[in-house]
Design a binder for this molecule. Sequence first.
Ligand SMILES: [Zn+2]
Length: 227
Amino acid sequence: MPVAGRTPDVIVGICFHGIGPPPAGLEPEAHDYFVSADLFLGVLDEAARQPAVQLSFDDGYASDVEVALPAVADRGLTATFFPLAGMLGRPGYLDAGGVRALSAAGMGVGTHGMSHRSWRGLDAGSEHEELAVARSLIGAAAGAPVSAAACPFGSYDRRVLGALRRHGYTQVFTSDRRRARAGAWLQPRYSVRRGDTLETVRETILAPPPLAERFRCVAASQVKAWR
Ligand SMILES: [Zn+2]
């Protein structure tokens, strides 16, 4: 528990996926995570005014370099990008040169695994592919070692976190829609989704949550971490 009278360093992690129209052939559920460039830029302008906001981008869509990178850099911000190793170079996704461009521009590059499957219940071979091979491929593309991971679907349990620790990841990003502590190993984030507007982002993400909500969210993620 924080010491009374001291405010802990709290981070509002905001996670985007695709910006603009989704690539052809993408599964319908993934469309819910594509937002318009207008909404993205509006949220970015708000984020630029709030030092506690930390930006990230999952799934490695081409909009990471085409839209996100110039907009983030123009505002003097940084972000962490979590591409999928198995999708590099596919239509609508980043290729290795795009990952290198993100890294060269001073952005963080982490891993979202190989093929966007849940990391819960993986056998040893699949775990190696998702947590080790994917990481090497993305690190080779970035030209820098990768030490942060974002769990696909925000899905994790105690075994997933144990495996990530064994593999030496220094930070793990989830989608638990609550505040994160600065420097903590586990970093919850809020995903911005297709149905959001600047108003819903202000109300449900950027505004400080009521105390009861904060406690409920912390309890929920503790259950998740230990199941
Ligand atoms: Zn994802």
